[in-house]
Design a protein around this ligand. Structure first.
Ligand SMILES: Cc1cc2nc3c(=O)[nH]c(=O)nc-3n(C[C@H](O)[C@H](O)[C@H](O)COP(=O)(O)OP(=O)(O)OC[C@H]3O[C@@H](n4cnc5c(N)ncnc54)[C@H](O)[C@@H]3O)c2cc1C
Ligand code: FES
Length: 510
């Protein structure tokens, strides 16, 4: 991947620009004891911590950076059980009962969000919307018909149509009625405040790096402090503690891009997703100025394997320009989420041998419902209450032959990148870099990573990923080093931004 020009920085995501910031919370500076340690300050960690604190547990919520600054702060926040085309596939691969459970779990999550907003009077732009998967490709019409048949079989309220209310050509669409959208940070900030009222503790800038398992597990932070607790919950995408579950080989990280666009046109409502590639996800957000900000997402690719970052934004802008009159591109952001081999999240006990360590991950870019369902399930597991979805999401579930095939393909892809990165010929030298430019360079005869900041300061890192040795690539949009194998991301100075890597890239000298 070549990234020739640095691209201008845009504001933070629309969500973080348009919600009042939570005050910052102190880092953990001593050993503590708690009933539960929840790690990860996104939708799943915050909702889990909130629910457990309401049940009377003493909870410590740990976050490596700031709360709500991960994928949850960079989502498009459709709250829906329409997770692309999934129900026909689930019926055929997992059976009707599991497909039905998947739908019900997502709808329970939607209901939970709605009822919480109503009960706690949370002002977060929640509105009921119909969700559409649409296609303009003859090849996909049959797939949409099958999806509609799956809706009918499972009793999902839906409709098949040959037109959508947008000025976007569509030959067919499947509608799921009564879904919703909201402002995720306004909603979750309210949950954080309720969590604190219920006695919950929060530690930001606190990275969990390991768990000493046992009847009283201890979470260990990167500064060596310990949290002694009865239960540990990892809501950190790849679990920060793998526990021999080999999660890095069972999921992959997928990145997507979003534009926030002010448009001249009226937006008719609804939330849309194209069935065919390249995927296009469309919704609007009501802004404080009472105009509608169009959110267009897409251009997914495995982390570290995309084309030059700016091309992703240009493609989205080109698409938006074909169907809407653009006033201004106001926001631009990207983020990643994890995908499991069978497209069903991993929520539950990490392994049978560590029953008091739980994970919640693999939401496949549907974490508003999946992340909420995760919190409800983990609460019930800790309370030892029955939950109808335990088997569906169990990380230890048996997987089908088709899923194993997908995993083999993913792992072959990892092996390919492991070798390709090592063989790559590099000619550029650190001194060739312009200001605010990053690139793979040749340093002392070896491949290295270099970034020259706007003041001319040079940052040099070893591009060998500290997870399993693949070669990281430069991400021009985010100014980060991204690993094509399992999606770890590192800052210009080498610190880990996203795992599974735990250790920073080695820094180098000229
Ligand atoms: C572009 C895009 C659009 C999307 N749109 C939708 C949508 O419309 N609807 C929908 O339902 N879903 C959508 N999703 C998916 C959804 O946003 C995610 O599934 C969800 O936000 C993930 O939440 P999380 O809590 O798992 O992760 P995050 O929000 O990323 O939170 C994880 C947190 O863990 C912290 N962390 C990581 N490691 C450690 C550690 N070792 N110690 C301490 N803290 C750690 C991180 O700093 C981070 O803050 C989208 C995703 C993307 C990428
Ligand atoms: S993330 Fe696994 S090798 Fe880099």
């Amino acid at each position: 991947m070549t990234e020739p020009h640095a691209i201008p920085k845009f504001p933070e995501s629309y969500w973080s620009e348009s919600s009042s910031r939570l005050s910052s919370f102190p880092a953990l500076e001593q050993n503590i004891e708690s009933d539960v340690a929840v790690v990860g300050g996104g939708i799943s960690g915050i909702t889990t911590a909130y629910l457990l604190a309401r049940e009377g547990f003493k909870v410590a919520l740990l976050e490596a950076g700031r709360l709500l600054n991960g994928t949850t702060g960079h989502t498009t926040a459709k709250i829906t059980a329409q997770h692309d085309l999934i129900y026909d596939e689930l019926i055929h691969r997992e059976g009707e009962e599991k497909a039905s459970l998947y739908y019900k779990a997502s709808m329970d999550a939607l209901q939970f969000i709605k009822q919480t907003i109503e009960r706690d009077k949370i002002d977060c732009g929640f509105s009921k919307q119909d969700a559409y998967v649409f296609t303009n490709s003859d090849e996909y019409i049959n797939k949409l018909e099958k999806e509609m048949a799956a809706y009918s079989l499972l009793g999902i309220p839906g409709e098949y149509t040959d037109q959508i209310p947008l000025y976007i050509p569509a030959k067919a669409a499947v509608i799921m009625h009564n879904q919703a959208q909201f402002h995720p940070l306004q909603y979750l900030s309210a949950l954080v405040l309720k969590y604190i009222e219920a006695g919950g503790a929060i530690y930001e800038q606190t990275t969990a790096v390991d768990v000493e398992t046992g009847s009283i597990p201890e979470v260990i932070t990167s500064k060596g402090h310990r949290i002694k607790c009865k239960h540990v919950v990892s809501c950190t995408h790849f679990p920060f503690y793998d526990g021999h579950g080999f999660y890095f080989a069972r999921m992959h990280a997928d990145r997507s891009y979003v534009l926030g666009i002010r448009i001249e046109d009226k937006f008719p409502g609804g939330m849309y997703l194209s069935a065919e590639d390249p995927k296009r996800s469309i919704r609007y957000a009501e802004t404080a100025e009472h105009d509608k900000l169009l959110l267009i997402g897409g251009q997914s690719h495995k982390t570290g394997q995309g084309i030059c970052t700016i091309n992703h934004y240009e493609e989205l802008q080109r698409y938006a320009g074909m169907h809407f009159r653009i006033k201004e591109i106001a926001y631009r952001w990207s983020a990643q989420d994890l995908v499991t081999g069978d497209k069903i999240p991993y929520i539950g006990r990490i392994t049978a041998s560590s029953p008091n360590v739980y994970i919640a991950t693999g939401y496949r870019k549907w974490g508003m419902t999946n992340g909420t369902a995760a919190a409800m399930l983990i609460r019930d597991l800790i309370l030892e209450k029955d939950n109808a979805y335990e088997g569906l999401y169990a990380p230890s579930r048996s997987i089908s032959f088709e899923t194993i095939k997908n995993l083999v393909v993913d792992n072959a892809d990892v092996a390919k990148h492991l070798i390709a990165g090592k063989l790559e010929m590099v000619h550029k030298r650190p001194e060739d870099l312009a200001l605010d430019e990053g690139s793979v360079v040749k340093l002392h005869g070896k491949r290295a990573g270099a970034y020259k900041d706007e003041e001319g300061k040079l940052f040099l890192v070893d591009t060998t990923c500290t997870h399993m040795g693949c070669e990281v690539e430069w991400n021009n949009g985010e100014r980060t080093w991204d690993c094509p194998c399992h999606g770890s991301r590192f800052a210009i100075s080498g610190e880990v931004i996203e795992g599974p890597a735990e250790k920073p890239l080695k820094t180098l000298q000229l």
